[in-house]
Design a protein around this ligand. Structure first.
Ligand code: CA
Length: 230
């Protein structure tokens, strides 16, 4: 029995119906909202596990809904939008969305994204028990400040280690260039994105068997990076 509660925010009735039918078929519990104010109300009164959010809503913009929810909760938010421009995705992700799907989307894709978030929630819950992160052969001992690949300890520079920990703590989540550079260097200037690329390349050489087709950290061109749960 799937106990995950999903809040579906969508003003387009046929799309809303498609999503809720899919959720019902896969044993998810769900609640719905057809506008932004309703979404904020449902999110605060039901505390859903995951929010599926349309951006073009009749009253307030979806990005405003994300910002509002983020003032009190870290609940995962997946944006489902017809806006396909990178700038729209970046704005939503920078406002605190976890992931995005562009309309038209496939039901399989939606279910896959939900599973990614659910795995991340499971990892986060396990995390509170200990201070060790394990993802495939990759292991980070946060308390000791060490990272391993299999039995081998990785020799990372402080920036590479910070970058790896940031990606690991947000496993499954797309992090924008701006978000990452702010977290690592406390700033976000034009050339920081170039530096980030360099650090990412050297980190990948150390953690990926084939840095050209990375298994752990995925590139979202023009947007950022995401660590996958392998
Ligand atoms: Ca809409």
């Amino acid at each position: 029995m799937n106990k995950t509660l999903i809040l579906v925010v969508e003003d387009d009735a046929p799309v809303s119906h498609l999503i809720t039918t899919t959720l019902k078929t896969h044993d998810y519990k769900y609640i719905v909202a057809a506008d932004g104010e309703g979404a904020i109300m449902q999110a605060s009164s039901h505390n859903p596990d995951i929010v599926l959010l349309d951006l073009g809503l009749p009253d307030i913009d979806g990005v405003e809904v994300i910002k509002k929810i983020r003032t009190w909760s870290n609940m995962p938010i997946i944006v489902i939008s017809a806006r396909s421009e990178d700038t729209d995705k970046i704005e939503a992700l920078d406002s605190g969305a976890d992931d995005y799907l562009t309309k038209p989307f496939s039901v399989e894709e939606l279910l896959a994204r939900l599973r990614v978030i659910q795995r991340r929630l499971a990892v986060m819950n396990a995390d509170t028990a200990g201070s060790v992160f394990i993802n495939g052969a990759l292991k980070i001992d946060f308390a000791a400040g060490c990272a391993y690949l299999g039995e081998k300890e990785l020799h990372l520079t402080p920036s590479e280690y910070k970058l790896l920990c940031l990606m690991a703590k947000n496993v499954g989540k797309v992090l924008t260039h701006t978000y990452i550079t702010q977290k690592i260097w406390g700033t976000s200037r034009e050339n920081d994105v170039a530096s980030l690329r360099v650090f990412m390349a050297t980190l990948r050489k150390k953690i990926e068997c084939e840095p050209e087709s990375p298994q752990y950290i995925q590139t979202h061109i023009g947007i950022g990076y995401r660590m996958l749960k392998v």
